[in-house]
Design a protein around this ligand. Sequence first.
Ligand code: CTP
Ligand code: MG
Length: 232
Amino acid sequence: MNSSRYFALIPAAGIGARLGADIPKQYMPLAGRPMLTHVLTTFAAASVISHVFVVVSADDGYIGELMAAAPHLQGRVSVLFDGGPSRRESVLNGLQAIRPLVGDDDWMLVHDAARPGLTGGLIEHLIETLQDDPVGGLLALPVVDTLKRSDQQTRVEQTVERTALWAAQTPQMFRYSLLLRALRLADAVTDEAGAVELLGLQPRLVEGSPRNFKVTLPHDVALAEMFLKEKS
Ligand code: CTP
Ligand code: MG
């Protein structure tokens, strides 16, 4: 009975304040191509993905040039100028914009433009694990470091039990109608799983890779570039 399709939705309407470059971080060149081009290329090359949607801000001045320089994305990627003031709103606006194109039970893989280390293998692993799941889930990594909770003076208040703790990554994969409903109801969540959890559901954790980290701070750039050069 498995006729559901798989779509990618990439929120790329942030400004990259913590990275502090002179352009939004998703457009920074990494190993010769903009960060976002790496992400779009990975999804466009995955045959299991029916189509890729990228959400940029209404006044985005970079995406036109990016798409023009990437003929291999033509026909596989559509740009939505529907970004909002938060990641959640960008994703929600994107979901609403594609309403006529997707079915309620189709799967949406929502992935940060700032995680260029995603591979086709990880996409397949996520989909294979979750294709029959009633809820959906996300890539995540078991926490390996010992965790400390600090007080106001940055002194250790407590060592936090690490067992059972995971760090969330993306893609996060949920069926279209469930995700839309969850994101409409939630208002202060930082990921899709958080919105689905508020419905009382338990998304499944699927082990990802350290290479799929989020480029957030200036020192992340060199590491991302090193991984991408190895990949190509
Ligand atoms: N994002 C978005 N719309 C927003 C904010 C973020 O689509 N209003 C996207 C970013 O472009 C990124 C992803 O959500 O692909 C993850 O967000 P984050 O890493 O926090 O990126 P920024 O918000 O751009 O960075 P910062 O928080 O440092 O400003
Ligand atoms: Mg942000």
